[in-house]
Design a protein around this ligand. Structure first.
Ligand code: G3P
Length: 221
């Protein structure tokens, strides 16, 4: 299962890359707004800097801020040329978004249909040729729906019709989400840096390591 980092922060990207766990990056307008960037030109430069940190074959999802079909197409074209091999155009699940995904699918430009909260929405995106869909687990859990159940159902539907669209589980908030997605057999998850670090933790590992080192140092001088 691929680990995507849900961030626009260069330092976080470098940290996860340094531990060999960076398979891709997803951003969104809220994440971009957390960085010290104040104009469109610098946003574009920032996307280029992120792409430079990504190895070949790894993708950065960049979300459009336009909402109508023609503006989505124009904006996405400008974003895509920043690094055509690495940038995946992230488009919201709306009628105009879906029409744009169909347009880009014909042009062989990869898209990520975001803000997916139902099987029906996932089906529409897959039928339109989305390369990824991003179902938001955590935000469904927040409103007392079962995010993992949604992912399982989408996987079954995609299997039934042999859709090539990949499931990129988003809004991942804890290690259990990651482990359950792995058990379901999801292509990729995207999550903040701390969730990836939390996978390392187990109290028995710390206790065991301390004991090994203590025993050694007691005897070996
Ligand atoms: O990038 C979209 C998604 O991962 C957002 O997550 O935690 O803001 O619900 P969250």
């Amino acid at each position: 299962m691929k680990f995507f980092l849900d961030t626009a922060n260069l330092e976080e990207i470098k940290k996860i890359k340094s531990i060999g766990m960076l398979d891709g990056i997803t951003t969104n307008p809220s994440l971009i707004s957390k960085e010290n960037i104040y104009n469109e030109n610098d946003v574009k430069k920032h996307y280029i800097s992120i792409c430079k940190l990504l190895d070949e074959g790894k993708y950065l999802s960049v979300e459009v801020i336009s909402t109508d079909y023609h503006n989505i197409i124009n904006e996405a074209k400008k974003l895509s040329i920043l690094d055509p091999n690495k940038i995946v155009i992230k488009v919201p699940m709306t009628i105009d978004g879906i029409k744009s995904i169909q347009f880009f699918s014909k042009k062989k430009i990869k898209t990520n249909c975001t803000l997916i909260f139902s099987v029906g929405q996932a089906l529409l995106a897959a039928k339109s040729g989305a390369y990824y869909i991003s179902p938001f687990l955590g935000r469904l859990d927040d409103i007392s729906y079962n995010g993992l159940k949604l992912i399982e159902e989408i996987k079954k539907v995609f299997f039934n019709f042999n859709f090539k669209t990949k499931i990129l589980a988003a809004s991942i908030r804890n290690p259990i989400h990651i482990i359950e997605c792995a058990k379901i057999g999801i292509h990729a998850i995207t999550t903040p840096i701390n969730t990836i670090y939390s996978l390392f933790n187990h109290p028995m590992t710390n206790i065991g390591l301390n004991k090994f080192l203590e025993d050694y140092k007691k005897k070996i001088k």
